[in-house]
Structures are given as structure tokens and as C-alpha cells.
Design a protein around this ligand. Sequence first.
Ligand code: CTP
Length: 393
Amino acid sequence: MEKKCIVVGVCGGIAAYKICSLVSSLKKRGHEVHVLMTKEAESFVGPLTFQTLSGQRVVLDMMSIDYEPDVHHISLARKADCFVIAPATANVIAKVAHGIADDMLTTTFLAADCEKLLVPAMNTYMLENPVTQDNIALCRKYGMHILESASGYLACGDTGKGRMPEASVILDAVESLLEKDRYLSGRNVLVTAGPTREDIDPVRYITNHSSGKMGYALARAARNAGAKVVLVTGCVNIEEPVNVEMVHVTSAAEMAQAVLERSQEQDAIIMAAAIADYTPKEKADQKLKKGDGELYIELERTTDILLELGKRKKEGQVLIGFAMETENLLANAAGKLAKKNADYIVANSIADAGAGFGVDTNVVTIISKEGEKSLGLLSKDETAEKILSYCLK
Ligand code: CTP
């Protein structure tokens, strides 16, 4: 994505330490990052840490002696494409909801006219207090975006809502606000991701090595391009994308049901999931006990979802399948394109360095009636962006 200017306002809360990782990730993504800190934040993380990670002078208090008279808060406010306050304390939320500008952070925030994201992090009782809830509602009314707090153990010893989401979730939320080329605006896109699990008995199942990373990257990229995205996912270990409707499934049969019952509303369906082609015919109710001899498990075919989608494809709907092959990549992928009535097959070979399971990169070739397009070695995020713009723009 295009590189942007992001201002990160850090308030005094224990979650401030997680912002080091956010600043570092934003910088690695190529963005220009400026950090503003409240006096209280300085008690939790030293400004030098943010200065080193961002490569920019950290803006502290308005009244400090080395304050440069370049009306810095105004210049920064004008430059910003996105202003994130994280952790956003109950105090700062109350201030920005009412236009109070009594320090550098809140003054710059008030002067900024860009996408604004608040990431509340506080004690559960403070968060649930109707005063805070009203302030959050007011911030929403003024067009600020609020990232939902996570639940879990809080530093104060309580357990509940109020935890700050991980830096990767905040990064995802920021990038989803920044993408301006919304060529999928008004379109519904369904993406499948991850492996399925086929139960043998209550403790054992058959699955595959899919990590789900490619499908999640596609869901994020489609959302960033403005689509209304449904992500039907098998069991994976990835942060859920924000602003995406999540549907969790386990088996191929559940995935088939989830996809097919939503298929008619979709403008595009991207089948990136690694769906089991076979499932045990009998699923034992009790754990199978070992005997002396060999064990044979009879397998039966699952529904080929893409094939079904191809049969019921509606006018204008785009179907994108994946083909992961170990040999005859292009011939096998072209065969799937025709057999399943798909518009595109994204083919990759697990033999290629940088492609395949678990890694963050991929090497794919997109096959369609028009021919082949190779994308080369890219991150899965970049691969996703390129697949979408090639197939759906
Ligand atoms: N697929 C599907 N339903 C299945 C199996 C696969 O919708 N039961 C989809 C995958 O999500 C992928 C495409 O079909 O988009 C190709 O999957 P793949 O397993 O590579 O191909 P198969 O058609 O199953 O053929 P084979 O396993 O023989 O290579």
C-alpha cells in the first residue's frame, strides 16, 4: 500500500509498552511515524525508545524548554493521514470527546483532520462506566473509529474487557483506514481460509498443513479495497481481521454449508481454504482403542465446494480457486479452471522457495481463459493485493 504519515499518541497506561511494537511494525511497512506522548506515558516508556523506533523526534509536552516555535502540533496535524491514540485512557477519551486540548497530544488531535482511531485500554469497571461509554459514543458520533478492547487478564489484577489489542491488530486497523483505492466498495466478497479437520473419533482427526495466512491476507486486502467481507475459516492461529464478518467452521461439511448458503449474495468468492477431499465414513462416538492388527479407516468424498459454486455461478459473479501442486503446476491448475467453471485459478508450487505452508511469502501464477500471469516472490499481503487487483479491479 501507499506509504502514509501516521501519528501515534501514547497515553499513560501499562499497555504503552505494546506501542513500541506498533511503531516498529508501522515503520517496517514503510510509513512515516511520529509519536506524541503525554507526561504520564513517559512514566511507562522512555521517549528515547520511541524516538529510536520511529526515527523521528518524539513530541512531548507543549511547554517544554526545547519546544520549537514551528507550531509543531499544527504542522503534524496537517501532515497526518491517520492519528491513533493507543492506549487511549478513560481520561483522554473524555477529553477528545469534548474538544479539550490541554496538552500537546490532545491539541494536535483536535487540530488534525484525518482518520482518527482510539484504542481504549483500561480497567473493566472504568470502561463499563456509563460516563466512559457515553464518551466513546460521542467520539463515534464525531467520526472517530474505536477499536474494540480485548478481554482477559488486566494488569490491575481484574479479568474482563479493557485489554488493549495486540500491536498486529492495531496495525491492521490502521491500514484498513488508510487504503483509499476502494475499488471493491459496495461489493460482497467471501473468502475461505485455513484447513478443515475431519474427525475420526472424539480425539483424532485428519487435516493438512494449511496455515490460513493467504486467505486471511486476501480477506484483509478485500476489506481494505472497500468490500464487505465474509471470512469462512477453518481452525487457524491468526489474529482475526477487524471489520470482517467471521464464520468459524471445523469440517469440510461445515465449510460447504457456510459457503453455499451465502454464495448467492456474493460478487466474488475466493476459495483459498485447503479443504479435505475425503472424510472418514464413520465417525466413532467413543475413542478408538488399539488392537493388535492394522487399522483401516474408510474415507468418503466431501463436497467439492468450488465445483458446486461453478455450477450455480450467477451472472457477473467471479470465482477464484487455488491450486497447490507438487508437479505439473500449470497443466493441473488449468484443468481445475475448466472442470470447476472458475474464472481464475491461483496456482502455486510448494516446491518453490518462499512458497507454501506457514511462510509469510508466496510465489503464484494466476491462470484464466486469457492466459497466465506470474506474480513472483512477494509477501502474502502483497500477493493478496495483486490477486485482487488483477481479478476484481
Ligand atoms: N476445493 C473445494 N472443495 C473441496 C476441495 C477443494 O472447494 N472439497 C477448492 C479449494 O479451495 C481450491 C480448489 O478447490 O480453491 C482446488 O483445490 P485442490 O485441492 O488443489 O484441488 P482438487 O480439486 O481437490 O484436486 P486434487 O486434490 O486432485 O489436486
